[in-house]
Write a protein that binds this ligand. Sequence first.
Ligand SMILES: O=C(CO)COP(=O)(O)O
Length: 252
Amino acid sequence: MSRTPFIAGNWKMYKTGPEAVETARILTQLCSNVQEIDVMIAPTFLSLPLVAASLEGSKVKIGAQNLYFEKQGAFTGEVSADMIKAAGAEYVIIGHSERRQYFGETNALVCKKIKAAIEVGLKPILCIGESENQRNKEKTFLTLDKQVSDGLKGFGLDELKDLVVAYEPVWAIGTGKTATVDQVKKVHQYLRSLLEKLFSKDFADQTRIVYGGSVKPENVKELMGIEDVDGALVGGASLDANIFINIINYDI
Ligand SMILES: O=C(CO)COP(=O)(O)O
């Protein structure tokens, strides 16, 4: 089963609108010869429509970093799936560990957000990952199992056809500490078999499972060489288009 590699940049709370547009412009030029890889960037909500307009006709895809699950209403400061879709996004990152850690997002909330995304045709990127403490206590698989089972509870296979799962060990995010090949291999294998157990073999075979956590041009080739790693979700190293392109071109 061949899965198109997915290399995504999560720009987190970096870049003003003009800065985001400029980086997207450079990235688009650098990506003109990129083939058979899905490249995506996720700027802030404010930059989303500006960057989406600047990416028109380009191979680079765009996503949001979050959404709120209600359709509309008196929810000060929140942004709905419809609004994100209308701004031009194709993907949406859901349940990033920073959202779980700083904004109290639970697996149940993540599940509602995935539902809201699917309802408007946004492709969800479900982020999961264990903390250092959970790993040390040998609760990695238990944690991931719960994040996946609860986050994807109640969905039919057809609803999840565009799902991307992003494994991001919390202790590897922004720390420069990448998980070892062996650690990544074991988790991705586990996740693929979990998707099979929860849904079906075909679904598990076709769903992209990407790795995130201190991915850099220097380590991406090794990570992408691991069976069951279908791409990367990149934070810091995606902010500069000239560095990010060396991750996208990992195979060259
Ligand atoms: O959180 C991440 C992507 O969503 C990873 O961030 P870093 O690549 O900066 O470690």
